[in-house]
Design a protein around this ligand. Sequence first.
Ligand SMILES: [Zn+2]
Ligand SMILES: [Zn+2]
Length: 680
Amino acid sequence: MNLNNNLNNNLSTNRKAPSRVYHGGLKKNLPINNNPIRPIHPVRPPMRPVARPNITRRHDNDLNFNNTISSTPSAGNSAGVGALKMKKPTKRFSMPRTRPNIGSASQVKHGVKQIIPDVGPDTYRIIPLGGVEEIGMNMTVFENEHDIIVIDAGFKFKEEATPGIDYILPNTKYLEERKHKIRAMIVTHGHLDHIGALPYIIEKIGMPPVYTRNLTSLMLKKRQAEFPHIAPLDFKIIEGNESIIIGQTSVKFYGVTHSIPDSMGIIIDTPYGWITTPGDFKLDHLDEKPTADEEANYKIFDGKKEVLLLLGESTNIENPGFSTPESLVHDNLEKIVKEIKGRIIIGMFASHFFRIAKIVETCESYNKKLVIEGRSMKNNIDIMIQAGLLNIKKDTVINAQDMSNYAPDKIVILATGAQADEFAALMRIATKQHKYIQINERDTVLLSSSIIPGNEKAVQKMKDNIARSGAKIMHYRTSDVFIHATGHAYRGEIEWLHRKLKPKFFMPMHGTHYHLRLHADLANELGMPKENIIVPDDCNILEIRDKGTKFVKLDVKAPDNVVMVDGFTVGDIQDVVLRDRQILAEDGIFVIVAMLNPMTGRLIKSPDIISRGSVYLRESQDLLREIRTMVRTTIEKAVYDTRNTPDLDYVKDIVTDTLGKFIFRETAKRPIIIPVVLFA
Ligand SMILES: [Zn+2]
Ligand SMILES: [Zn+2]
């Protein structure tokens, strides 16, 4: 018999195609791995002797034995078989399983069509599409009667709950449905949590012009080069404290200090005051007193117009006082480069432009040679030169293969990968996979960055590897000299901003819910009434109404299920796919293939059991035998029980149910179970 034919006949799907699937990434026409599969009607002869009603197969499984087996059990059916539409066993075997927590904490059901009212006259709407339930994925919508202005389009990296996913993007459906109203995409600065999603969403929202500062535009251009199928972005470069009209809306800009140059705050003018966000910011200060330059940045707020609403970042709200000024880090780096004997290897973010410039400058003043390692580091140095932020003397930078021409004391290596990213330069150096840089006990390795949450284990492993080589390690956490400073304001700086701007209404942003709450409490302590503060969830719709006197949260939400980038596929990767990946990782999979004689209702031979990642069957012969017997009796009994209304789906469900319980009892595992019952 032809196994493939039978499978195709018996197993089909009524699974709906994901609502939005399209490509991102480098190449266009790559296979989409969540192709919808059309239902195929069964063509097998009915089971005899009883006449078989013509039942359309309803399976959530799609099997392709040529290649891989995939299963997408419907919600609440952890065992993996298609949802039974005809009959259901009275009680299903379903162990409680934690759902992957991948999106918003929203209580709103996905797929339920909500009517979102249009923005009325004299109403100002704010929708945080991301960045208010997490660190990352920052994207905020401003909307009035005439215009929509989008602020930032960041992504966040995968989480434990999203195995196999590369990035997580905010849901832009709200914007897609209103793209005729979108006048601008404003980008505050060039960090990935603000620009990461842009290439994936810009076409969908109608390619609005991108308003940003010069350096950010250069970074975006470099990034867009990886997405050649997207038309060039229409940049509008913002210089200084410009004031412009976008659509019918007046928008102003101001400079802020952050860990990347050219970061800017935004002011949107309304008749009742300004709506403003500084974006990511910190304060340059001396002993907790902002410097004159810093005061000058915020001079725009002196006495001109009231601040109606502040959208303020909350990343470091937990840290009291003021953050370490970058200038202190620069002084320390200079001292280290000057004094340390032997080679120095500095691992840091490639986006730390100021610090890179400082290291170049220091190398030049102490007559050291600089080796630059890592593609993003090289790219960003090119961008800095292009933007006029950096001047490198001709012979400062040398190639790694030429290092042996110089004394180790004369060499500084600047490398990406302080986060222990798998393929970054520092990681290759640490794991002895670098062609030219072999680390030894005379080297000093500086890790000039904090650790992004989630990377702790990888960074620890990398430090272990470096330590094994005998090199000295200086990390900002273990070192008593400051070799790293955050780009985000501490509580004291945040407080300074509130006192300076004296906003009427406040929405905390950029942080987890807990961070946002702390920030809201701070605003309250500083005298803002509770009813003037809204702590939002992703995709909440907030409005300022009644001539700027009311700040409210609507009952409806913008579509809020997150969008995932999974290889070349971008789309609503279903929860069940992620849940399957988790189950596969934790408990493995069982595939049961049984061949049924339609004449007798009996199996023609003992069922085949295929298992991966659950138990090692070769060493579990007794278990295997028991499973075979159990499956055989279960199928034959179920077939007999349903002889008057034969239904293979029911049979498969019973097998899944019974086998699931059995395996759980025997092994305490809850693998995915896929029964394949075929007619011989
Ligand atoms: Zn930033
Ligand atoms: Zn940020």
